[in-house]
Design a protein around this ligand. Structure first.
Ligand code: OGA
Ligand code: NI
Length: 191
């Protein structure tokens, strides 16, 4: 998975007219998370969600969903079901990559629904930066037409924020950026 994500990072670099090695180098040393989701059937699926709407705080997600299906993405003002394609992974951008590209790549809003009949399982691999490495956009992606969107931060700080202060949702990066700026101004007040 690490290798696949590095290859994707190479292509994402090319797509932004950065060097192919740019994100590969950035993520050569990295942190990663593997999560197994298990969604039991539910008698009233219309009253609940397996996973509420959120963007992944991480950088790149590679997800394997089983044949039951249930993943949905929000695009063009509505929810779209992501079909299970045998042998295919679902790949999506997370908040940390959005910050690294100064908002050019957007983290993708998604959720998972449940059904009355069948257990559903999915396996998600999340690529994240090395814990203490500063997350700062590539110089070429900040300019007069696209001014700086987010403060510098570390994945360690965003991880702590989502685990201890805030539950990941559709506004995580904005809420986190505000929190980082507040922490910085508090630190300046302490002599
Ligand atoms: C996640 C997630 C969706 C799914 O683990 O972050 O969004 O289909 N999972 O299980
Ligand atoms: Ni997710």
């Amino acid at each position: 998975m690490n290798k696949v994500s590095q290859e994707i990072m190479g292509m994402l670099g090319i797509s932004l007219v950065l060097d192919q090695a740019y994100f590969k180098d950035f993520f050569e040393q990295n942190d990663s998370i593997l999560r197994l989701n298990h969604y039991p059937p539910c008698q009233k699926p219309e009253l609940t969600l397996g996973t509420g709407p959120h963007t992944d705080p991480t950088s790149l997600t590679i997800l394997q969903q089983d044949q039951v299906g249930g993943l949905q993405v929000f695009a063009d003002e509505k929810w779209h079901s992501v079909a299970h394609i045998p042998g295919a992974f679902v790949v999506n951008i997370g908040d940390t990559f959005m910050a690294l590209t100064n908002g050019i790549y957007k983290s993708c809003l998604h959720r998972a629904v449940v059904n009355t009949e069948t257990v559903r399982k999915s396996l998600a691999f999340f690529l994240c930066p090395k814990l203490e490495r500063p997350v700062t956009p590539a110089a070429g992606l900040v300019n007069a037409a696209n001014s700086r969107k987010y403060p510098d931060f570390t994945w360690a700080a965003l991880l702590e924020f989502t685990q201890n202060h805030y539950r990941a949702d559709m506004k995580t990066l904005v809420a986190f950026s505000k929190w980082v700026q507040e922490q910085e101004s508090n630190n300046k007040l302490i002599p």
